[in-house]
Design a protein around this ligand. Structure first.
Ligand SMILES: O=C([O-])[C@@H](O)[C@@H](O)[C@H](O)[C@@H](O)C(=O)[O-]
Ligand SMILES: [Mg+2]
Length: 431
């Protein structure tokens, strides 16, 4: 077998074009940021990982990267504790909002995750086995994803403040979706192109009655497709209970209607459908109170903040033990993350919901095209050694240059929204 001692670790921030997708805290900036991690070993193997690229997170990643030289890519427990120790000695603060609205995830788990994925890629390459084999083996050969719909403007408004009316923005290839009809058209296109068999709508953008109307329009157009609505805690407990009763029998689950474990427990006691979360259960310490309070029935895993693929499998086991369902969360991401998500989902028996992905919104990538594809709404699980994706060096260099040039250093949906609409306030719950 190849020697697997780590000799070099590179952290490369990249920026890729992102459409103006609306959510309850604001709107996506013109570029989404990610960092690509590459670990090289003395045996000549390279492993890749992908994570957020906000400033504080990058500082922690750089410090962690230095600490890994000389460690064995199979020694994941040691690597995690070395990272934990290294970042605990940094004075950097912030970066807790890297995943959007997820602010209480474990810093160590977030920093460790992409290094763990890169090490698993190396391990798979050293053994000649896919990453899913290192996670217990694939229990499915294709991983279904959902069509992730967003309310959106026609295009980015250009220089900040120059287009206070966002509909004046130059149109991107998706165009505007600001009402039920726009969302139905968006869903139709996404389903035609990718074959998705489930739909998630990012809500919390318009008053709840408008979003109820949108879900009902989607139900009328797609009578057999499971639907989900996620307002990212934009509603009070009372509003959530009202919406839940309006959408009874229509949505598969309601995701984060209201903030906090207690509020979710109150809604859960009244709502007929399961409640899901990627906001009030985002770290291992949240699981016990969530179970005791009966706050949620479904947890959305996400290896980027649950500490990598092996710890996400641990999350799956805990959910199984306590009778919680398991789904998968997504942020704007590139092909390395999709590969990791697919291997994890393939090797997690109780991950029974179609996973979230922002994939259709992305028009640029760092991986050589072709390794990952959607067939009837699902990605066939790569069977070659490691993750099964390769970095396109030219594309990586281009997107790194774009990062250097674009001027965005932290995700700030609220700040960008305020630059277009100075009256915008980020409040939760809003309705
Ligand atoms: O990309 C977005 O705007 C999403 O709202 C994202 O930030 C969320 O973290 C996520 O997709 C969710 O399910 O809450
Ligand atoms: Mg969510």
């Amino acid at each position: 077998m190849h020697p697997t001692t780590i000799t070099e670790v590179q952290v490369t921030p990249v920026a890729f074009r992102d459409p103006p997708l609306l959510n309850t805290v604001g709107v996506h900036q013109p570029y989404a940021l990610r960092a690509i991690i590459r670990i090289r070993t003395d045996g000549g193997l390279t492993g890749v990982g992908e994570t957020y690229a906000d400033t504080a997170h990058l500082t922690r990643m750089e410090a962690a990267a230095e600490a890994l030289i000389g460690l064995d890519a199979f020694a994941l427990n040691t690597i995690r504790s070395v990272i934990d120790d290294r970042i605990s000695r940094l004075s950097v603060t912030g970066g807790d909002g890297v995943a959007g609205m997820i602010t209480t995830a474990s810093t160590t788990d977030r920093v460790f995750s992409p290094f763990e994925v890169a090490c698993l890629d190396i391990q798979g390459k050293a053994l000649g086995r896919p990453v899913s084999d290192l996670l217990g083996g694939a229990v499915r050969d294709r991983v279904p994803f959902s069509a992730y719909l967003f309310y959106k403007w026609a295009g980015h408004p250009g220089a900040a403040g120059t287009h206070p009316v966002a509909s004046l923005a130059p149109e991107d290839e998706w165009g505007a979706a600001l009402d039920p009809q726009g969302l139905v058209g968006q869903a139709r296109r996404m389903i035609d192109e990718y074959g998705f068999t489930a739909i998630k709508l990012k809500g919390g953008v318009f008053p709840p009655d408008e979003e109820i109307a949108a879900i009902k329009a989607l139900r009328a157009e797609f009578p057999d497709v499971p639907l989900r609505l996620d307002p990212n805690a934009a509603w009070s407990v009372d509003t959530s209970i009202r919406v839940a009763s309006e959408l009874d029998g229509i949505v598969q689950y309601l995701e984060d209607p209201t903030p906090g474990l207690d509020g979710m427990a109150e809604v859960s006691g009244e709502a007929k459908m399961p409640l899901a979360t990627n906001m009030c259960v985002v770290a291992f310490e949240h699981l016990k109170p969530a179970v005791v309070k009966k706050s949620v029935s479904v947890v959305l895993s996400d290896h980027h903040y649950w500490g990598g693929l092996q710890r996400s499998r641990l999350l799956g086991g805990i959910c199984d033990a306590f009778g919680l369902g398991l789904s998968m969360h997504s942020n704007s991401h590139l092909g390395v993350s999709l590969a990791a998500m697919v291997h994890l989902a393939a090797a997690t028996p109780n991950l029974t919901y179609a996973c979230d992905t922002h994939w259709p919104w992305k028009s640029e990538d760092v991986v050589v095209p072709g390794a990952l594809r959607f067939v009837e709404g699902a990605v066939p699980v790569p069977t070659g050694p490691g993750l099964g994706v390769e970095i396109d060096e030219d594309a990586l260099a281009t997107l790194h240059q774009q990062y250097l040039d674009c001027g965005i250093r932290d995700r700030d949906d609220t700040g960008y929204m305020k630059s277009v609409d100075p009256t915008f306030e980020n409040t939760s719950p809003r309705w």
